[in-house]
Every structure is written in C-alpha cells, then in structure tokens.
Design a protein around this ligand. Structure first.
Ligand code: PYC
Length: 314
C-alpha cells in the first residue's frame, strides 16, 4: 500500500494538487531529467493522482523534489491528465500557498527550480503571491490557420513557459464555455494538421482566446478576459500564468504595454491575475500576481488490491 500526502489548493478557481511525500523518488539531475524519469518509470503515480477516481481532468499536480541548488526553496514538477508541463503559473502560486500553509515558507522572495528553468516567487504580507516567470517571447505574429470548417483564424505564437496560440475573440461568456472549448479544440486540431509549432518543432499545446472584458470599465477593471485550452482538453479556470506571460510577450512586442505597466487579466470564471514585465534578452521577464487558497489536506491511499489504484486509464 502506498500513502501520498498532498495539499490541494486553488488559484483563481484552478486546482493544484501539491505532493509533499509518498511520491516517486526521482533521484538527482536537472528537473528536465527528473521529468523524463517520472514519465518513464512512475507515470502510474501521475495517473493515480490526476485520473478518476482520485482526480479530475482539470487538476494540475505539483511534485515537490529536492532542489539542485541549496538556496532554492524546492524543485517542482508539474503534471496533468495528459502528461507533464514545463512550467505552470497558477500551479506555482498554489505551491507557494501550500508551502506557507505547512509552515515551510515565510513571506519574502524564494527561488524554485522547474523543468522550464529557475523562477522566483514572492509571498507578500497580505497573502498575494507574485511569480517571476521564465523569459517569455512571441515567435510569430498573426499566423493564418485554416480550420476544418473552412474558416480561417489569425493567431500569435508565443512562449510563456508553455507554447500558446493566441487568437483575438469576441466577448466570452462562462455560460457558453462549451462553445469556447470546442472552438479552441478545433484551432488546436488545425495547428496539428498544418504542422504549426513553436520553436524547434515544439507542440503548441495551449490555445488562448483573448477577448475584451465584458463587465464594467473603470479603474481596477480587467483589461481583457481569456479562455485557455490546456493540453488535456480541459480549460483553465484561472487566467493561466504561462498564458498571461505569453499575452504580455505579445503586448510588449506590439508596443501596447510598457515595462512596469500593469495588465489585469481575467479568466473565464472572472478570477484575476495582474501582470507586468521587465525587458530581458530575447523577450520579457513577466511577473504574475494572484492568490491561492488551501482546499484540502489529503492522504491518498493506493491499496494493493484496488484495481484503480493507478486511476482509470483508457
Ligand atoms: O497557470 O500556467 C498556468 C497553467 C498552465 C496550465 C494550466 N494552468
């Protein structure tokens, strides 16, 4: 029998399952090497934690692993219903909240090691959390893609720790989220069919619809609302940290947002991130600020006799 100790959080409505102990021992090496080991030898623990009956398609897992650098707070590997993520913005905000909840992290700035690179996060005295993400950039502007329906869409390809295709959209509505989801899936299918990729053939596994904020306008109102398709076919309930980073990279490249200027990004459920950036070599260094909340302390039991101890895997 295996016991896995987790803290569940949500960041703007999007859940993160933070694994404190009982997960796989991935040894030493870079975070990217440890992800390879996770995938090769312990993928059954990913499915145990994310698939039914213990998980669901929209939860992101965050395995805490010993860091390489002694001054880092921790290493962290993100995973979901489909596989592994290089970085996850809402997930890192959830990790910081979970560590603070367990008394392992005090207010201030801390460094985290992820497969996408070193990132830092600041836990503010008022509970807000800011992550300074990996260097983000736009690799292609207004790429035309034909959808299976015959319609064409234009989108920017940008990296924010994951690869995104960002498409301007009319106002979004939570009530019609299934329509937005279907549209994103159609766009993703077209990207794959036409071989549209990120740099070095990287799969564009996130599609982001970018729309005007439909609510009241005024000081403090969001500048935009998004709908983000995640790799496993679900949508992000949060404004997506890596997706907001990709959006900031596009805004910066177009000269629509200056360094230090605040961009308020709302999600499809109305939760909010604030983003700013500073210029960096070959892109921008985004800072994303949000809040996360603890929802559960869980000790999962994977019993030897449970036919679904590793989740329902199709
Ligand atoms: O916040 O970066 C993010 C994210 C990626 C996938 C789900 N959330």
């Amino acid at each position: 029998m295996r016991l896995i100790d987790c803290v569940d959080t949500h960041t703007g409505g999007e859940p993160t399952r933070v694994v404190f102990s009982g997960g796989p021992d991935l040894g030493t090496g870079t975070m990217a090497e440890r992800v390879v080991r996770f995938r090769q030898d312990f993928d059954h623990l990913r499915t145990a934690l994310i698939h039914e009956p213990r998980g669901c398609d929209w939860v992101v897992g965050a395995l805490l692993v010993p860091p390489r650098e002694p001054e880092s707070a921790t290493g962290v590997l993100f995973f979901n219903n489909r596989g592994y993520l290089g970085m996850c913005g809402h997930g890192l905000i959830g990790v910081v909240r979970a560590l603070a909840h367990r008394g392992s992290l005090v207010a201030g700035k801390h460094v985290f090691e992820t497969p996408a690179g070193m990132v830092s996060a600041t836990l503010h005295d008022d509970g807000a959390i800011s992550i300074e993400n990996v260097i983000s950039y736009r690799s292609a502007k207004q790429v035309l893609v034909s959808l299976p329906s015959g319609e064409t869409v234009l989108g920017d390809i940008a990296y924010g720790g994951n690869w995104f295709f960002l498409v301007s959209s009319p106002p979004l509505d939570y009530a019609t989220r299934d329509v937005h989801l279907a549209r994103c899936k159609e766009i993703k299918q077209a990207l794959q069919q036409h071989g549209v990729t990120g740099d070095e053939g990287a799969e564009i596994d996130h599609v982001e619809l970018c729309a005007p904020w439909p609510g009241s306008q005024g000081p403090g109102s969001p500048h935009s609302q998004n709908f983000v398709l995640c790799p496993g076919g679900e949508y992000d309930r949060s404004p997506c940290g890596t997706g907001t980073s990709a959006k900031l990279a596009c805004l910066a490249a177009d000269g629509h947002l200056l360094p230090g200027e605040i961009w308020r990004q709302a999600s499809i459920v109305g939760s909010l991130f604030e983003g700013t950036y500073r210029p960096a070599e070959n892109g921008i260094r985004p800072t994303i600020t949000g809040r996360a909340y603890v929802t559960a302390e869980i000790r999962f039991v994977l019993g030897e006799d449970d036919p679904f101890r590793h989740g329902i895997v199709s």
